[in-house]
Design a protein around this ligand. Sequence first.
Ligand code: NG1
Ligand code: ZN
Length: 543
Amino acid sequence: MYLEAVLKSSSRHAKPAGLILQYGTAGFRTKAEDLDHVMYRMGLLAVLRSKKTQSAIGVVVTASHNPEEDNGVKLVDPMGEMLAQAWEVYATLLANAEEHELQSVVTDIIQQESINMQEEAFVAIGRDTRPSSETLSQAVIDGVTALEATYHDHGLVTTPQLHYIICCRNTGGRYGETTVVGYYKKLSRAFKELSKQAHGCSDDHKCLNVDGANGIGALKLREMEQYLQSALSVRLYNDGSKGKLNEVCGADYVKVQQKPPEGIEMEAGERCCSFDGDADRIVYYYNDCAGRFHLLDGDKIATLISTFIKELLVKVNLNLQMAVVQTAYANGSSTRYLEETMKVPVYCTKTGVKHLHHKAQEFDIGVYFEANGHGTVLFSKTADEQIRQLAREEASDERRKAAQMLQNTIDLINQTVGDAISDMLVIEAILSLKGLTVQQWDAIYTDLPNRQLKVKVADRKVIETTDAERRTVKPPGLQEKIDGLVKKYSQSRAFVRPSGTEDVVRVYAEADTQENADALAHDVSLAVFHMAGGVGDEPKPLK
Ligand code: NG1
Ligand code: ZN
């Protein structure tokens, strides 16, 4: 019976015959006009996942940092994490089933997962500010209602807000109040408590320039301001009132182009940050007196946060193991600084937050950040309990105070996923507590010059990688070629991998000087172009 309704509604969300999509690094992502059927089917999948896990499941309609014309969808698992990898396979099968195959794909999932269709199901839905997002989220709702499940449409929310909401709902409110207002209240309270412990905070520390990428983050930060009151003052640029989403602005633009976004006014030495299109990433930057641009990316953020936590851990004297998790894109200097100076163990995983998140869960405190600014800190149950207990106890003043700071940090950080707003508040609190200017933070270590490029090839899957994507195993000979090129430069490193979100091969290179990093990146791009079936014009040298 339910299958009849599924098929009937599906005819209103028909799949363009022959269209094949993959559940990539962060869900499905492509041109918005190709996604209606995917949304409907992800509504179905969310219901099945909800029945299977007997928990609320989230669906976010967003294409993050992609151009405004694109869209995408991510599913959120019970604790606010990304969808379990085993289910990504079902997602891909569902999205690609032709209309006449839909019934059997749905039935197969139900059978393979032994799903009891009598179970209740609940789906929470949210979306970003793209013009296509409202209609697409309606397609998700149609999928949910076709399977007779209940849902709540949270409308416009940042991706991390929906992750937070799912976690709250499935923990019976233990993680926080299950609303966006609950999110504002929890974070702003923790931020105020934490910042209170800063002494002699200068006005300098108070104002921050924020580039909202013309997206949802700008809207939500504006909403949050009333809860933060005077604890933080921000000047918001690219708030969506004029420009286009992610166009010459936003965290991805700033990180990849290594320059400030358009539409922001920055005086020398002023702290600035950029969110991405769904506000799950953040990068910081400033111009020095000579007008030179300096980027503080996810690696600098991971270093700042882990140093802060490590210093507090020494004070509380609890036996808690902290580690930092990065990807191959982490700047070599950051890894070195963390391992050699900070004596913090560092692990490297494949690109994509789900990989970092899982690795970080292995420690009492796992700090993870992608270089592009997506990251957070995970505290294990043991760490959480020990810290909260000590914060209440009659320990020495210093121990208790450090425990209280850690407790506020736990409450301020969005442990479900990287969150631009939450990360921004953590960073602002740390800078003010440590009395650090953005320049002083930047000076903790010096980044190795680096360059990221993209190469178009006919089929990016011809490239296969190993060793957390740091080496290629296919096509034959490519790795040897890259090794030879890397040897030409000093302090150099390079790797290539197929993107999971765009139809390109990504190239990364770092070296002792910017010229060398650029030259190496170009050399490697040429190797990819010639050995992995490049299309269009041969990559040109960087100017
Ligand atoms: P791909 O396209 O697989 O490189 C990009 C980012 C990831 C991650 C995802 C999801 C880089 C090099 N890659 O993945 O880190 O954030 O998008 O948004 O920044
Ligand atoms: Zn994003």
